[in-house]
Design a protein around this ligand. Structure first.
Ligand code: HEM
Length: 141
């Protein structure tokens, strides 16, 4: 019973985390459409910092903690699907880290990527999430 409550909490925070991962690059696109150094650009810096502090970072921590507790409970470390899931979760965590770094660059006025590239990279969390859900539900290996 406790296991199911933990799993429900895991999924709730996965949803929060994914929402943040989808929102941030969108923020970057709008941010870059504002003139550098303008009051609007400053507003986007603030919004990005809030998204990171209130949604992204806390969700990342809770998803990892609960996921690892679940994994220990069911002995997932010995199962193939879990190894593959870990790989994609690490990819998502790396993507999370890249976004935090890019937000810092934007706050300093550096705009390294085009809006088109940012929109393209925004496909990463969706594809990774689809693969992860198939791995945990179907457990193909
Ligand atoms: C961050 C590290 C993560 C770890 C260590 C982890 C680990 C786990 C474990 C061990 C389970 C239990 C599986 C079972 O009861 O058969 C689980 C369930 C689940 N996880 Fe994660 N997870 C993580 C992140 C994620 C992410 C990012 C997603 C989706 C994008 C996700 C989606 C799910 C889903 C859909 C389930 C429910 C599967 C079911 O109904 O049995 N997890 N997770």
């Amino acid at each position: 019973m406790l296991y199911l409550w933990l799993k429900a909490a895991h999924l709730i925070f996965v949803i929060f985390w994914m929402a943040g991962l989808f929102m941030m690059p969108r923020f970057f696109v709008y941010h870059q459409e504002a003139a550098a150094g303008s009051p609007e650009a400053a507003l986007w810096v603030e919004r990005e910092a809030k998204l990171k502090k209130i949604i992204l970072n806390p969700s990342l921590i809770v998803v990892w903690l609960l996921g690892l507790v679940l994994a220990v409970q069911i002995g997932a470390f010995a199962q193939g699907w879990f190894h593959a899931k870990l790989l994609f979760v690490l990819l998502l965590s790396g993507y999370h880290g890249w976004m935090i770094g890019y937000a810092k660059k934007l706050a300093r006025g550096e705009r390294k990527m085009t809006g088109k590239k940012l929109r393209l990279i925004n496909e990463v969390p969706g594809i990774a999430a689809a693969i992860i859900v198939i791995l945990v539900i179907v457990k193909p290996f």
